[in-house]
Design a protein around this ligand. Sequence first.
Ligand code: FMN
Length: 395
Amino acid sequence: MERRLFIRLLGGGVVTAATTGTLSGCSADLPAEALTAWQGPGQPPAAGTDPRHWMLAHAILAPHSHNLQSWLVDLRQPGSITLYCDRSRLLPETDPFSRQMMMSQGTFLELLNLAARQVGLRADIQLFPQGEFGPTHIDQRPTALIRLSPDASIRPDPLFQQVFKRRTNREAYEAREPAVDALAAIAASAVVPNTVTGFVGSAQATQRDQHRQIAMDAWRIELETPRTILESYQYLRIGPAEINQHRDGISINKPFVRAVTALGLFDRTKAPAPGDSNIAAQIKEFNAKLATTPAFFWFTTQGNSRSTQVLAGRAYARAQLAASAQGLSMHPLQQALQEYPEQAGTYAAIHQLVGAPLPTHTVQMWARLGHAPVVPPAPRRGVAAHVMPVSASAG
Ligand SMILES: Cc1cc2nc3c(=O)[nH]c(=O)nc-3n(C[C@H](O)[C@H](O)[C@H](O)COP(=O)(O)O)c2cc1C
């Protein structure tokens, strides 16, 4: 495919297929500097020293929608961490009510909690200590206040061992299905009030086909809706210089894409024209991955308050870590769960399919699940990028 496109490029044709396979995954080796956070902070902090940076070095490895890492922490109060959502890092088109942002605050809190447990600290997490955000907008108030205190009864959680191994895996999954025991372990890892976890595999072949079809439809809609694809383009990091500079977003280091970008032939400020062959190729590639995905995982909540969304994020982090412990990969499929008008049909369809009646219930996470080749970690910005300056106020 790439060779064919390259020949077209040499032939002077308009390059329309520069990014085949990018938004659906596939990043060749990433520059090591962007991955230093994955080397970890080393030994646990010595007794009597401030453990918070060590804990944060784990928390920043949490999954976050579009890898935006919108975590800001205020460390001015000794023994506490106040967490804010960085409102300069939102996705207003694809996540108009910031539901995924709240989930991504939850994933961070879960990893922070695992790190605290590892060093015998109790993390008392108070969500929205100054009140919850309303349903459509988030404001400058904190999402959580975490108070740390030594507690001899606190035990390490085995999921901590997966923090450095967990990956979002967008590759094609093997046909073999996850073992029943593995599914049980994932479900058991994420027990949250008012949450229902579900799986579908070959035993429910008709339903699984419906999952595949909804995911295909939703992906196509996202790629063909100009403002939503442009939002994704905004967070594409192409080539080592961009990847190292930002250390966030979706990284692409494939030589062909880099070459086309360097030649100015991939304009990320313009949405592809209807019928664009690159988009058609991406849809085809993603459809092939969906068609062979052996299982899907989801969980739904009753209610959709801000606290529920954060707790859903905590549950997702645990589920993904548990999957990792079972040698399984996950790949979220949020497109159909997104609350912009063009997805209304797929949104309703996935809610109906998994038995989450609207408007009382919400599908918070939906993901491909299976065995996949190992993939490299995604960049992180490092702890210092998340610590608010002493003089700062959030917002
Ligand atoms: C709430 C939430 C929604 C996500 N939605 C998607 C998605 O729709 N598609 C996708 O490929 N990845 C999705 N992800 C995964 C992130 O893109 C991923 O966590 C991020 O790129 C960092 O990579 P890592 O998880 O391998 O560390 C989501 C993650 C979270 C927490």
